[in-house]
Ligand binder design. Structure first.
Ligand code: ATP
Length: 237
């Protein structure tokens, strides 16, 4: 087993007095794609926010690339390659597509920025066609591509994607997931939150099922998708 990219032990996170996630243990190895699934309000987004450091009220340990990361600021986490694409495709709508991608290079500067942006254009050719347009004029699917593309410009070691399929037509979802699969070839480790559990179980290696803020099950996607308890919990079968 390769060394974990991320290791979480006993992680809890709070909104005021509400403990939204509790005692989470999770380990993600280099190159793995792990999905977090579970019903609404299970704590999936909260777990991503706790990992990226935007939630300050946490307990427990987060270690990233073998080092304690619990004390790092969100900015420091981004600079070290821990990149979160939040739910809702938060692109800078008045900036052009190309400028949005350049913003991705802010956390990780370097002379190769142009090359990194070109790679994103190879992955998402539609972004190249629309590179001079304001991001706010793009369709929902294109904005999702841009949000992922901007994260890739920052050269993630661990890419956390929160509901990349949300609100998109099936044909666009298929396109985005094709590219998420291709990220594996680029050695990006992925932690994926998906409301669409079927889709997530198809693309990921391993799944973590959250329910009411705790880990209900963890295992390979193949095993979990055949598990009757999980099927009942997720699909109501
Ligand atoms: P969804 O699929 O609906 O996005 P989720 O699994 O991502 O759900 P979270 O958004 O992490 O769930 O929410 C976990 C719990 O924390 C829920 O009870 C939710 O109401 C609560 N919560 C989320 N955000 C906040 C907030 N900003 N302030 C207070 N409570 C919150």
């Amino acid at each position: 087993m390769p060394d974990p990219v991320l290791e979480i032990k006993g992680l809890s996170a709070y909104y005021g007095a509400l403990r939204a996630i509790r005692d989470i243990d999770l380990s993600i190895a280099a190159g793995e794609c792990v999905c977090l699934i579970g019903p609404n309000g299970a704590g999936k987004t909260t777990l991503l926010k706790a990992i990226s450091g935007v939630l300050e009220r946490t307990e427990g340990e987060i270690s990233y690339l073998g080092r304690a990361a619990t004390h790092l600021t969100p900015r420091q986490r981004i600079s070290s390659g821990l990149i979160h694409v939040p739910e809702g495709r938060l692109v800078f709508s008045t900036l052009s597509v190309a400028d949005n991608l350049r913003m991705g290079g802010y956390a990780k500067r370097g002379a190769d920025l142009g090359e990194r942006i070109d790679k994103v254009f190879e992955l998402f050719p539609r972004l190249r066609e629309r590179r001079r347009q304001p991001a706010g004029n793009l369709s929902g699917g294109e904005q999702q591509m841009l949000a992922i593309g901007r994260a890739l410009v920052a050269q993630p070691t661990l890419l956390m994607l929160d509901e990349p399929s949300m609100g998109l037509a099936p044909v666009i979802v298929a396109e985005i997931y094709r590219e998420i699969r291709r990220l594996r070839e680029m050695n990006v480790t992925v932690l994926l939150v998906e409301q669409n559990a079927r889709l997530a179980l198809e693309v990921a290696d391993r799944a973590v099922v959250l329910g009411a803020g705790v880990v209900r099950r963890q295992g390979s996607c193949r095993d979990l998708s055949q598990d009757s308890d999980v099927r009942h919990m997720i699909f109501g079968d």
